[in-house]
Design a protein around this ligand. Structure first.
Ligand code: PMP
Length: 354
């Protein structure tokens, strides 16, 4: 009887991370903040050339780390790559926090944080967003206790959209003790257009307790290949590497990421980002015109504050063959996807009560 097998009760009670329902093949999957564009042919070819799949990948990921180090002006040991930035967030939590320790982050923010904290055996301390659905950096700094090992700042914030202000972040960093790891989760940084928003790149080498995480899943459109990276002090990243599952990133992932950073590919990917941003701003403007209080959106997604009607609104999207992500009785996150999805979204939102 498997009931007799002793499991960690908090893990047995934890649900696996789920993407939710899918639309039909003709519908729009706007539920996971993916990039709507297919991979660039040159990137696919580069991945396909690495066909030695009877061999393990380079566990140290030297080529990709070296390339990223050059790009960000740091040394190789200040870069680590992982199976998506998800894996790196979990690795960093495991490296810093043990049972009894606290990890502080905003609510609502990335849904995977609570599960990662539980896996580490640590305790989540969730700090509410402001009324404008932005990070409350003052309250986040105020939530730090002597048990706090990690504070996570997500900018732009998934699922609500706003980015943290650079000045506010700098003030926040002066308040967080230097022995507490701060992770700046910048999964959507490439979509940011607000010049006052925080940019982790500016802080590299400046704070001994700051690590930034980024990903090839969103702006680079490689979500299916699972490649993310973190940049920060070598000692912290070395501990994070020690918690990794060996060989979690594949050679196909490395090759596609490296090819994406080649100039001609990077340029085409940047153009796609510009187009997604244009679509985002246009869609937000039209939703505001419809009377929806959509917060400032700096990622590739928008927050629709549907409140109590969130379940029925989610069904209305599904009825239009659009998969979106509902959050309790608060709101719906809509990924900025295919051009053709915009009118269909507006038809649904236009018919919902405001
Ligand atoms: N951080 C945030 C804020 C995210 O929204 C996501 C993906 N939804 C991730 C990290 C992880 O993405 P990945 O593992 O694909 O890099």
């Amino acid at each position: 009887m498997s009931e007799n097998v002793k499991l960690r009760p908090e893990i047995a009670a934890l649900a696996a991370y789920s993407q939710g329902r899918s639309p039909s093949p003709d519908g729009f999957k706007l539920s996971s903040n993916e990039n709507p564009y297919p991979a660039l042919p040159g990137v696919l070819e580069a991945a396909a050339r690495h066909a030695e799949i009877n061999r393990y990948p380079d566990g140290a990921a030297v080529a990709l780390r070296t390339r990223l180090a050059e790009r960000f002006g740091v040394v190789v040991d200040e870069v680590v790559v992982g199976a998506g930035s998800s894996a790196l967030l979990q690795q960093l939590f495991l490296a810093a926090a043990a049972p009894g320790d606290e990890i502080v982050y905003a609510h609502r923010s990335f849904e995977a944080y609570p599960g990662f904290v539980t896996v580490a055996g640590a305790t989540s301390v969730q700090v509410p967003l402001t009324a404008a659905l932005e990070h409350d950096l003052d309250a986040l700094a105020g939530a730090v206790t002597e048990r706090t090992r990690v504070v996570v700042v997500c900018s732009p914030n998934n699922p609500t959209g706003p980015a943290v202000r650079a000045a506010a972040f700098e003030e926040f960093m002066t308040r967080v003790p230097a022995d507490v790891l701060v992770i700046l989760d910048e999964a959507y940084r490439e979509f940011v257009t607000d010049s006052g928003a925080v940019d982790g790149e500016h802080y590299l080498g400046r704070y001994p307790n700051l690590v930034i995480t980024r990903t090839f899943s969103k702006a680079y459109g490689l979500a299916g290949l699972r490649v993310g990276y973190a940049i920060g002090p070598a000692r912290i990243l070395s501990a994070a590497r020690a918690t990794a599952i060996p060989f979690a990133v594949t050679e196909l992932g490395f090759a596609a990421a490296l090819a994406s950073l080649e100039e001609q590919h990077q340029r085409q990917l940047d153009e796609r980002v510009t187009e997604i941003v244009r679509r985002r701003d246009r869609l937000r403007g039209l939703l505001l015109e419809q009377g929806w209080a959509v917060p400032a959106a700096q990622g590739n997604f928008l927050w629709l504050p549907t409140g109590e009607q969130t379940p029925t609104a989610t069904e209305a999207f599904f009825a239009a063959d659009i998969a979106v992500r509902p959050f309790g009785l608060e709101g719906i996150r809509i990924t900025v996807g295919e051009h053709e999805s915009i009118d269909r979204i507006l038809a649904v939102t236009g018919a919902l009560p405001r």
